[in-house]
Design a protein around this ligand. Structure first.
Ligand code: GDP
Ligand code: MG
Length: 439
């Protein structure tokens, strides 16, 4: 999914103008990509229709950067497709609230049970009890007990000779006695979905009347995850999905498919093996991820295709010798515009957000044309030696460009910051291999 979208996006991203044909082409790719990922046909159709309508509408066509705008629309609609933010957990009218964790073997059920208990206590001040109801996987009980110890939380277990149904029943009784407000039942998984597994889970469900049934799925399993989610949902009726192992390099296309196929909200994502590596699911972040933003590789690709190599070298030289002028800046602006918003580009650079002064160099796209006007109102001397721009010159420039003195001031400040930061970036990329990001 990601690859296809990615290539389409990089095609359209740099476009200064987008016509209906471009949008159509892009939508065809998006459609194919989603269908290939087995997203429900109707969902895809609706999605493409919504995006197309918006993409050929005024908000896009009349903007400065239509290519960017199309991507923005795709991203917004993807976000909507994955549902709002829904990390809420049910609270039973009569405690304890019972949460049943289901999923295939190795998906991360046991780990997530521990993480969730941790979250419930830390964030919501709850008093959870863990239940070891996986009597099949060797050492599964021990694994949960170890987690319980780490968390200093009680783990209910009756060994592996008692049926999971019985365990669930006794566990809930015990939780009531000891006033635990949450009961988290860690169940067994199989390598594949089978009837025995489902039958047993059904029984556990019947006896424990869970308030939530969370399916734990490994995000790395991609397409399979969708089928898994569908079966579990049909047989048990899921209330939420936890997508684990998103700390890996998967793009998380599974999130999109799972959500659209099961119509079950993805509630949490697992981002590591540690007990605090569980976060609320953010559809918007996931959409970015699926679209591949925040991706250094694609940034480099973009930089390479958009910035003329010779020019980049020349600019780098200028930066080093501090002879970077407003004319260069103007030229840069054109290239930046072709690549996308500057702040977005900077965010892709590892460590870039730690650079000081970053806030001041974010260029609001809407104001790019103002910036251009301001620079064009400067004379040669001012462009080359901005330090000569005193108060009266600022006034003149503002008047000439139809902007305000404040805007001129801000630009001068940004320019200075940008110069500083470029120097830092040049230094940063010096140690790295050639072809890296250079302005
Ligand atoms: P279960 O069989 O479904 O109970 O799965 P486990 O909880 O035993 O997890 C299987 C493996 O996946 C273990 O090695 C976990 O440490 C690992 N794991 C679980 N969740 C995550 C996650 O979010 N990120 C990473 N990197 N590993 C995870
Ligand atoms: Mg387990």
């Amino acid at each position: 999914l990601a690859d296809r979208l990615q290539s389409t996006i990089s095609k359209i991203r740099g476009k200064g103008k987008v016509n209906e044909q471009d949008v159509k082409e892009m939508m065809r790719e998006v459609r194919l990509a989603l269908l290939e990922a087995d997203v429900n046909f109707k969902v895809v159709k609706d999605f493409v229709k919504r995006v197309s309508e918006r993409a050929v509408g005024q908000e896009v066509m009349q903007s400065l950067t239509p290519g960017q705008q199309v991507i923005k629309v795709v991203k917004e609609e993807l976000t909507a497709l994955m549902g709002g933010e829904q990390s809420k957990i049910a609270v039973a009218k009569k405690p304890p609230t019972v949460i049943m964790m289901v999923g295939l073997q190795g998906a991360g059920k046991t780990t997530t049970t521990g993480k969730l208990a941790n979250l419930l206590r830390k964030k919501h001040n709850r008093k959870p009890m863990l239940v070891a109801a996986d009597i099949y996987r060797p050492a599964a009980i021990k694994q949960l007990e170890t987690l319980g110890k780490q968390l200093d939380m009680p783990v209910f277990s009756l060994g592996d000779q008692v049926s999971p149904v019985e365990i669930a029943k006794k566990a809930i009784e015990k939780a009531k006695e000891e006033h635990h407000d949450y009961v988290l039942i860690d169940t067994a998984g199989r390598l594949h979905i089978d009837e025995t597994l489902m039958g047993e889970l059904q029984q556990v469900k019947d006896i424990s009347q869970p308030d939530e049934i969370f399916l734990v799925v490994d995000a790395m399993t991609g397409q399979d995850a969708v089928n898994v989610a569908q079966s579990f949902n049909e047989q048990l009726g899921l209330t939420g999905v936890v997508l684990t192992k998103l700390d890996g390099d998967t793009r998380g296309g599974a999130a999109l498919s799972i959500r659209s196929v099961t119509e079950t909200p993805i509630k949490f994502v697992g981002l590591g093996e540690k007990l605090d590596a569980l976060e609320a699911f953010h559809p918007e972040r996931m959409a970015s991820r699926i679209l591949g933003m925040g991706d250094v590789l694609s940034l480099i690709e973009k930089a390479q295709s958009n910035v003329d190599a010779d020019k980049a070298k020349e600019l780098e030289q200028k930066m080093r010798t501090a002879s970077f002028t407003f004319d260069d800046f103007l030229e840069q602006l054109g290239q930046v515009r072709n690549m996308g918003p500057l702040d977005e580009l900077l965010n892709m650079l590892p460590g870039a957000n730690k650079m000081k002064g970053l806030k001041n160099v974010q260029v609001d796209e809407k104001q790019i044309s103002h910036v251009e006007a301001i620079i064009q109102s400067m004379n040669k001397e001012e462009k080359e030696h901005p330090e000569v721009i005193n108060a009266s010159r600022r006034k003149r420039i503002a008047r000439g460009s139809g902007t305000s003195v404040q805007e001129v001031n801000r630009l001068l400040k940004q320019f200075e910051d940008m110069k500083k930061m470029m120097k830092q970036m040049t230094n940063m990329s010096k140690g790295k291999k050639k072809g890296g990001m250079k302005f």
